[in-house]
Design a protein around this ligand. Sequence first.
Ligand SMILES: NC(=O)c1ccc[n+]([C@@H]2O[C@H](COP(=O)([O-])OP(=O)(O)OC[C@H]3O[C@@H](n4cnc5c(N)ncnc54)[C@H](O)[C@@H]3O)[C@@H](O)[C@H]2O)c1
Ligand SMILES: [Fe+2]
Length: 384
Amino acid sequence: MRPYRFETTPVLVAGAGSVHALAPELLARGAASVLVVTDPGLMAAGLVMPIVERCRSAGLTLSVFSEVAADPPEAVALAAANAARASGADTVIGLGGGSAMDTAKLAALLAGTPQALEAIYGIGQAKGPRLRLVQVPTTAGTGSEVTPIAIVTTASHEKKGVVSPLLLADLAVLDADLTLGLPAAVTAATAIDAMVHAIEAYTSRHKKNPISDALAEQALRLLFSNLPRALADGQNRTARGALLEGAMLAGMAFANAPVAAVHALAYPLGGHFHVPHGLSNALVLAPVLRFNLSAAIPEYAALGRLLDPTLHTADDSAAAEAFVAMMSQLVSTMPFAQRLADVGVTSNDLEMLAHDAMAVQRLLINNPKDVTFEDALEIYRSVA
Ligand SMILES: NC(=O)c1ccc[n+]([C@@H]2O[C@H](COP(=O)([O-])OP(=O)(O)OC[C@H]3O[C@@H](n4cnc5c(N)ncnc54)[C@H](O)[C@@H]3O)[C@@H](O)[C@H]2O)c1
Ligand SMILES: [Fe+2]
């Protein structure tokens, strides 16, 4: 048996309407004063105040920090931590997509133990204790509710991660009804992000293990078959539930078997061009899979057979190629930009992107195949 380590969020409450369990769960844990960390889009969608009011009626004191921005800048994380301190919160709830949940993680951490944000970038640098942390995802994408990772954007447009077991929530509440109003483009981009988490965990070079493999397989199965259903009918609660569950399972997988070149090449697109995280992954997904193919034939073949059982009669090479073709085909039908030029990137920017991608060694070391500067440049060129 190969040695491995597996960690996840200790308690999950899942199911349609499970957000109603929030107040009793908080009270049972001794919470009294709670800060909800969310963004203006969630406020406008009317998702926040009903939850806040329900918690207030149960006797909890609630404050709301609603200034989270996409790909949260450092200043937003610091402002959220100040809001937690100022309100005397003992508990922080992240309510939203990855941006709100990641900001909530840092607010709970920095309000619990003062530390400079720059000092805790990287793996295992954070000190605790932190405030109680509860996550309620409203996108089916990042899986941040079950990952020990928070990603922020620095003043120099770099996306940096804080990775620490302290960032694993105490509780995650998964209620797919909160995702029914997600616009199609966000549904598509966030689901592709989750699929990439599953795929990259499955081929992760060092920490892939039997649990992350099983989670990644089930995640990809759920996400791949239900994304078209959710796009055809956003109110399809079965499909929405499957996407939320798939994103969570993929999060559990990549939290323990980290992501690789797709994410490393996606980050500079988010940092410099504010391309939403899922879309930036989708833009480079097909060429990175093609690049990796020769080094990941057994894994891609297994994933291909999972999505198309007729591939059980094909040999590994054919099944692996079919998998890359299936994923490329899926991305090409999505309701969002397909080329870098469509998101404001010009040919003059490609070297800078490749340079920045090479700095994401934390992730590149997990790729099944080594990536050089020229490789990265060629991948960007192929989707320019
Ligand atoms: N912590 C992790 O493990 C991890 C993993 C992957 C990505 N990330 C980070 O997460 C961030 C991206 O998160 P995301 O993709 O979930 O997007 P997001 O949180 O930035 O949200 C995208 C948009 O969708 C809106 N929205 C969210 N839920 C909605 C709903 N139910 N109805 C209507 N609108 C809704 C938001 O208001 C926002 O405008 C990036 O910063 C990325 O780097 C973190
Ligand atoms: Fe991601």
